[in-house]
Ligand binder design. Structure first.
Ligand SMILES: Cc1ncc(COP(=O)(O)O)c(C=O)c1O
Length: 481
């Protein structure tokens, strides 16, 4: 059991989670243990432990690590003070392990101080409504998706997913030979009635046991489920006894909704406390059927390769075993740096301030991008203003060229020639069916390029769309003659 797990504590009066282990694939049921550990058991302190192939820390050449970090409000106050994080060879800091401990082999749960911060933060933000939950370290959500899916699906099984979804999840399903069952979406994400109807009319051999979804700033559609939508999806999951894999890397990037303030673009005028974010599915979960995946990729840096999974501890026990047969745990250096930053340098207040800053940065980018889209692409695209994340999902108006199945490939070719790249829709499709040419999308990410590039990028896109529309209409014209 992860060391940070809550014990069944009568004083909190929280119910125990339901036992959903019947949803596990047969190989994940029962008590799993690594073969080595089940033979060795847990060494006591009195034992002279010569069992493991563990190097002596005196052989570790890294003896000190120093990182300089920005203040959490460095975007709004560029001259605010930086701080220094020091990890020393053999002495623990305030609350973080020594370098020797961070660099040594560890179990499949993760570094204690890293998980302890994330458990406390999860309690503060999501307030799980059952006892015996915990967190476990992951190497980010891509890794966590594969592991959680493998608890509920084996080759040939299906899993319910958004009609458009994260390609990393689709490749993870493909390599596990798990079939995506697409659920229609609208402006608020997965449609609960459609989800229920798919379950009701399921005709395949094994009915799905889990839903995979991205509730906030969905990739690629940018949709964010309202509270009412989240509750409705949760009710269907209860009715149909489904586990929910809540992949939520954009949760902390919730942005104020339209109308957009054209005069003041910082978005700071809307109330922006962690408590004001749309509640997660985890926070609505009374049964313990949500496995929540969080990642530091979009809120610290992607190649730290660190995230965390929150779930009832009996589910985390399985993920611990899966970690121990694959990654063991994310790099101790990454976990140690994050732990030191969050526990010792920033604390809850600094972390909240950092996340608020990120929301202001992305609000500004989203607003400027949409203004530029309206200037250059009026009549050429349709979109819904995203209220989280970093994506604008644009339905392309190909005019009379929409009847032509080659229009989309021609558009991509034309975009290349014009010198602009955005993601086409098909890699996000969970359905094997090619959409009608009149129903095609591009995903623009407004997170990375310089804001100065928004205008030229959208001018080029307008040129590319217009050239495809014009080419088609002149072809039609020639045929008519
Ligand atoms: C919905 C979704 N899940 C997961 C990931 C990958 O996250 P990580 O870097 O934590 O593996 C992404 C990244 O684009 C994403 O959009």
């Amino acid at each position: 059991m992860p060391p940070n797990a809550t014990s069944p504590d009568a004083s909190t009066a929280l119910p125990m989670p339901k036992d959903l282990s019947e949803l596990f694939v047969p190989s994940m049921r029962g008590h799993l243990k690594s073969a080595f550990k089940s033979v060795m058991g847990n060494p006591t302190l009195a034992m002279i432990n010569m069992a493991g192939g563990v190097p002596h820390p005196s052989t570790f050449p890294i003896t000190h690590l120093r990182a300089t970090v920005k203040s959490p409000s460095s975007h709004s106050a560029p001259h605010s003070r930086e701080s220094t994080l020091d990890l020393a060879k053999s002495c623990r800091s305030q609350s973080t392990e020594s370098l020797d401990e961070l660099l040594q082999y560890g179990d499949g749960c993760g570094i204690d101080s890293y998980c302890a911060f994330l458990r406390k933060y999860t309690q503060r933000v999501h307030r799980p409504r059952y006892a015996n939950w915990g967190v476990i370290a992951s190497c980010g959500n891509t890794d966590a998706i594969g592991k959680t899916v493998s608890l509920f699906c084996e080759p040939g099984d299906s899993i319910l997913v958004d009609r458009w979804t994260f390609p990393g999840a689709l490749s993870s399903l493909a390599s596990a030979k798990v079939l995506p069952a697409p659920v229609p979406m609208d402006d608020e994400g997965m449609i609960p009635e459609a989800l229920d109807s798919i379950c009701q009319t399921w005709s395949g051999s094994t009915p799905p046991r889990a839903i995979y979804l991205v509730p906030t700033g969905q990739n690629p559609t940018g949709t964010t489920m309202t509270l009412a939508r989240r509750k409705a999806i949760y009710l269907v999951a209860q009715k149909r006894n489904l586990a929910i894999i809540e992949d939520d890397p954009y949760y902390f990037l919730q942005l104020p909704s339209a109308p957009l303030p054209s005069h003041s673009l910082r978005g700071a005028e809307h109330s922006d406390q962690v408590q004001d974010l749309v509640p997660s599915l985890l926070s609505l979960d009374t049964d313990g059927r949500v496995i929540r995946l969080d990642s530091f990729s979009k809120i610290l840096a992607p190649n730290l390769r660190c995230g965390w999974i929150t779930a009832p501890t009996y589910i985390l026990d399985k993920i611990q075993i899966l970690n121990e047969s694959t990654i063991l745990q994310p790099s101790g250096l990454s976990q140690g740096l994050i732990s030191k930053l969050l526990n010792d340098a920033w604390g809850f207040d600094g972390w909240d301030a950092h996340l608020r800053e990120l929301r202001a940065v992305y609000t500004l980018r989203r607003n400027l991008f949409i203004q530029a889209v309206d200037r250059h692409l009026a009549g050429l695209v349709e979109y819904t203003v995203p209220t989280a994340g970093m994506f604008l999902w644009m339905k392309i108006n190909l005019g009379s060229a929409a009847a032509d199945p080659t229009a989309m490939p021609r558009l991509l070719g034309s975009m290349k020639k014009c010198g602009v790249m955005m993601a086409p829709d098909m890699p996000f499709s969970s359905s094997a069916m090619e959409p009608a040419a009149a129903d095609r999308y591009l995903r623009a990410a407004f997170a990375l390029v310089d804001i100065d590039m928004f205008e030229p990028a959208l001018k080029r896109l307008a040129q590319a769309i217009t050239s495809v529309r014009d080419a088609r209409s002149s072809a039609t014209h020639l045929n008519a003659n």
